[in-house]
Design a protein around this ligand. Sequence first.
Ligand code: SF4
Ligand code: SF4
Ligand code: SF4
Ligand code: FES
Length: 981
Amino acid sequence: MSITINGKLHAIQPGERLIDAINRSGTEISQVCYHSQLGPIQTCDTCMVEVDGKLLRACGALAADGMSVTTSSPRANAAQREAFDRILGNHDLYCTVCDNNNGNCTVHNTTKLLHVEHQQIPFTRKPYEVDMSNPFYRYDPDQCILCGRCVEACQNLQVNETLSIDWESAHPRVLWDGGAAINESSCVSCGHCVTVCPCNALMEKSMLGEAGYFTSLPKPALDGMIEIVKEIEPEVGYGPIMKLSEMEAAMRESRVKRTKTVCTYCGVGCSFDLWTKDRQILKVEPAHGAANGISTCIKGKFGWDYVNSPERLTKPLIREGDSFREASWEEALSLVARRFAEVKAATGPDSLAFISSSKCTNEESYLMQKLARAVIGTNNMDNCSRYCQAPATTGLWRTVGYGGDSGSISDIEQAGLVLIIGSNTAESHPVLATRVKRSHKLHGQKLIVSDLRENEMARRADVFIHPRPSTDLFWLSAVTRYIFENGLANQQFIDKWVNGADDYKKSLEPFTMEMASQRCGIPVETLTKVAHMIAEADSVCILWAMGVTQHVMGSDTSTAISNLLLATGNYMRPGTGAYPLRGHNNVQGASDHGAMPNYFPGYQKVDDPDIRAKFEKAWKVTLPPKPGLDNHMMIDAIHDGRLKAMYVFGEELSLVDSNANYVGDALSKLDFFVMQEIFFSETCRFADVILPASPSLEKEGTFTSTERRIQRLYQVFEPLGESRPDWEIIQDIANRLGAGWNYDHPSKIYEEIASLTPLMAGVTYERLEDYKTLQWPVAEDGSDQPLLYVKQFKFPDGKANFFAVPWTEPSDQQDAEYDLHLNNGRLLEHFHEGNMTYKSEGIREKTPCTFVEVSPELAKDRGIETGSWIQLTSRYGKVRAQAVITDRVHGKELYMPMNSVEEPVNRLTSSFTDKATHTPAYKETSVKLQVLGETGESPLPRTNSRFGHPTPQNGVEVERKWKRTDYREPGGSQLVQIQTN
Ligand code: SF4
Ligand code: SF4
Ligand code: SF4
Ligand code: FES
């Protein structure tokens, strides 16, 4: 198919928007409101073209075979200019003194493109104040051109549904929750609106007065300069004025650095450019990220203050009695090497243990496990996936073969039905959640949510089920049995691709719908509806997280999820599959790269003699043949005297492991404990030596996100003070122990990884250049697999396996004394205990402390109000916090987020673990509640987004603009409205 553009023939793709075809052809055309990731908004009218003699908006039309398009005919051009003139009436053009004059301002660039010399419609101020209330960004109505990009992004991409434009008003503007101050609205500070704003109406506060050479001038001086420009414009025209501002923009290039990096918080793997001036962070600019495009959440967009925090560790510290003294690197590293050697000599290599960081890079995890195995001689090596992800990985290993998400976020986006179990996706994986919210809102995707809390996804779901705590395995198995019994299974798929169907079906005998209903407290009708929705959907993705894994039956429930997908044929196709949502930015990568007690990198078994021989040859050492201790076993081993020394980096072990009091007691018993950190964390209190490390912005390397996506991060800053990248520190320790390593850059480490790891055989830094990514497995020729199991499953016969899983009673159940169930997890604003996020003043302002969510029923029963101080006591410890009364939780179920160092929820959790993986059963905790008799302010301030009142609508609703009596189509009345969604 083809069209002609200005007389030249161009091929088009089926369903392509006309504006995309024009842009692809290289023809320049004005397009102020259009953004390819938002789709057509049709508010600005600057993309007018003539098609077969009629004017239409190129963004709102589809290209059709044989179309004859003219973009620069006198009529089209006049319409474009007229439309843009109206825009300039809403925008004071003061580019030279504007912080958005960075070469990428759409209004500036369109002024130039259309050769605007004078504007017909003079700029007029709007009768509104600038809104500076949000800690991270501001809205200036006077500069707002009413393009609606921000509204579209907030309503239909982020789907927070905060923004709208009051098109019927005499002076339309962007509204938050229909007219609230930004900081008192439902705005979650994700920054989508700021990112897509084509001018300076919405700007990051960190840019204001900082980006330009003249923008920091006092306001009267700035106003004076703007006045001078306005005065000379009628005489000289915009041409020379634009030239001046372009010179100033070019000057900025030498002092504003833009560096691509990858978010260091959750496992979604958002990537973006970081704009910096010296050590100052000006802004985060997402655009091309493979996982996120223009999307971010509050943490990725605005949560980077920790990097320059004065609390950063900048010198090595050595314990002296009950305190620490600063030391030189030489002294600290020599001490570490000497003590490791002494412990190894005295009590053997297995009396040392190593824990790698899920926040640090793949290369650093690789070096840590190499240090443990090749230099010390132990497999006592683990990472924090033990605390969250190991059961999900086990469930997938049992059934389909690879321990990772079976597809990409784009598969989740295109699924006919998404089932979310035990995941607060909108807060824990915010950008991934936006893709589900968007598909559900706009594209008819069905959504089922199973959770204890009525979180945002639950509120949006077509079906929300609230099973009794720890009973997901039961209802999943019952639904699968029902599907088999009622002929709803995909028999053709099972016959061809799955082993063990008969035995598996037998194993489902105890799981009737009636039993499940009794056990889980869900009506049979609801379960039947869920079964039919899953079986009848054209494609299903199941997403799960720690609400599933952190139980004694976490691996079994994960297995049941995969069994259900197999029974319904929901693998091997786009839009299907299993998605355990990885928590930390690099928790997938830490395991992938060998930070596990039983696997070398790429899940190659340490007890396989051939594999071991390969590593022994490459590393020129003899390696220990037996799997080592996982991090749960390490704590027990310290208590019973087998483990004497430990080296941990980037892991708040004493707070994030369950039964924190027991863990703390263990750490204080160690003979020698090395912590490598960016802050003096709680765990550092137990250390003998603390080594100051560099966060992601101060080093190079790669992260692997939940989609198995490997991405490069580039160095933004030099390490602060004397801090150093973790890989350099680990190498120095290894070399002091005689290793003779010589890596001068992380890329050299990756060369070694690729040479020894078939799963990553084709990964090279060149193939990951800039925004390029690879999703493992990566073959030697560099081809990767965004969707797994396209040709076969990862077992020798190419088939998947049904894996029978029995019912297991949860641990630590309620009784007369410990009568309440305590759930725990993340919050949108904070990452885990908040070591990084609390350094951001704006985040602290919105969410200053932890709290306990109490249901209205329980609150009434116990006389609790929001703000009441309560004490929770479990069989293992106690914490005090203030209550928040909310209907997110029900009955005798409480929820406590993890964001506290002082009162960590893990003082309450037990040492029970998942049967298969030793992942702590964090979600099986019973407590008693004592009301302490004091009531203070709400621990969640009014400025927290949960108190807002969103105003859902379908995008910007441009039709309301077109209905205004003062609106007329530019270029006359022959405009053809062809709308596409
Ligand atoms: S939630 Fe707030 S920051 Fe995010 S797009 Fe909407 S208005 Fe903007
Ligand atoms: S604030 Fe919104 S409507 Fe105004 S110019 Fe920016 S993106 Fe467009
Ligand atoms: S925290 Fe997660 S969702 Fe938010 S920006 Fe970072 S990677 Fe993206
Ligand atoms: S780009 Fe704004 S109407 Fe088409």
